[in-house]
Structure formats: C-alpha cells, structure tokens
Design a protein around this ligand. Sequence first.
Ligand code: FMN
Length: 232
Amino acid sequence: MNGGPGLIEHLESSWRARRSYRAFRPDPIPDATLQRLFAAAQFAPSWCNTQPWRVVVTKPPETQRLAAALQAAATSNLPHSEVPFPLDYPSPYKERRVQCGAALYQAMGIAREDKAGRYDAWLRNYALFDAPHVAIVSCDRRLGPYVYVDVGVWLGYVLTAAAALGLETCPMASVAAYPEVLRTHLSLGETDVTLFGLVMGHADEAAPANACRTSREPSSSCVRIFASGRDE
Ligand SMILES: Cc1cc2nc3c(=O)[nH]c(=O)nc-3n(C[C@H](O)[C@H](O)[C@H](O)COP(=O)(O)O)c2cc1C
C-alpha cells in the first residue's frame, strides 16, 4: 500500500535539502555505509527489471590516482564522451544552464570575465573535487541507449539514499569525457559504455563552491496535465 501520513512532506523535504557539493573532506566512507547505500538504491525500478547499471566505486588512494590521470587527460586531450553530450542548448535550457554556471562562479567569487578562474574551476571536476570516492557508472553497450533511462532512475535513488545516510554527492558527466582513462584505471570491459561519475563523501562545508544554490522552475513549465483535448 502506497502513501501514509507525512510521507510526501518527508520525501519532498529530503529532495529539497539535497544538493550537489564540489569540495570534500578526505575522510573515507566506511565500507558498511557504501554497501548500505547501494543495497538501498538497488530497489530502483528498470524496464523488465534488467537492473542495467554497472558501478565501480574507488577508495583512497585509487581515487586520487584516478583523479591525477583524469587531470592529465583533461589538460592535454580533447573531451570525447561515448554518449554524446549536447552540442548546443537551445532556449530555455541555455538560460537555465547559464544561470546554474553563474550561481557556481558567484559562490566561488569568480568574475564572469576571469577566464583563468573559470578554467581552474572546470579543472576541479577532474580533481574529483577532492572526494574520497567516485562511483563510475556504465552499462552494457549491447543494450543500446534506452537503458540510460533506467540508469538515470537508479541515480535518483542513489542521490536520495546518500542524502538519507548523511553523505554528500555530486553526479559528474565531466568524467565521462575521458572514457579511456576510466577504462584503463578501472579495468572496464569494452562491452561497457561509460555514462557518468558520482563523487561521494563528506563535504567541506566552509568551501566557497559549496555555498552554491540552484533553483527550479515551477513544474508547470515541464509538465502538462492533458484531458479532453485541453490543457488544464
Ligand atoms: C547526470 C548529471 C551530470 C552532472 N555532471 C556534473 C559535472 O560534471 N560537474 C558538476 O560540477 N556538476 C554536475 N552535475 C550537477 C548539476 O550541475 C546539478 O545537479 C544541478 O546544477 C542542480 O543542482 P543541485 O544538484 O545542487 O540541486 C551533474 C548532474 C547530473 C544529474
């Protein structure tokens, strides 16, 4: 039976409180907590219950080794994700994207015209924001792109469960731009298509980047309730 007193309020308040963190303390997450997190998220639904997410989680010092290799790649090679990133963001996505970047640069005290500052902030992605762990998420390429939907649903469960366990996270498309580094360091098979990373740990609450806050459009800008040929 679904529902129950206060459940939606509780759920919505955890979703409102969750956000992305971009500076972490070095303390690793205990193995038991990592296990708990992924065991909870395993309840995510997927089409035909295929559970297609494939995940490799690093611990220190492997996380730092991977970060060093990613930084080297990001400063010398062009990005080439296996699943193409959007080339352009038409309106209204462009405006939302610009607003999101501006919120981060403002929190970090980086002026719009400060190209070097923006480059350094971008490079922090490849330092994995100094997090003790990164989960590299892939799926079997033989399944084709539709299963990315399933992996996205699973990501939502992981983010919610991590917040409930008192962990901070940031999903990271950026690391998927250097799949050969992930493949080499984590012995990923050629059958896997790399999708994104997810850094996890305990946030450095005092770091300026972590003061960043994003907003949301009202759901009516994304959702239409359609009935009798008319929008309500
Ligand atoms: C699939 C995915 C990929 C993301 N990749 C990055 C990334 O590479 N670097 C980054 O700083 N944030 C990344 N983010 C975080 C988003 O920027 C963030 O979720 C969004 O701005 C909303 O902010 P919030 O998570 O604080 O609510 C990613 C988020 C998602 C869901």
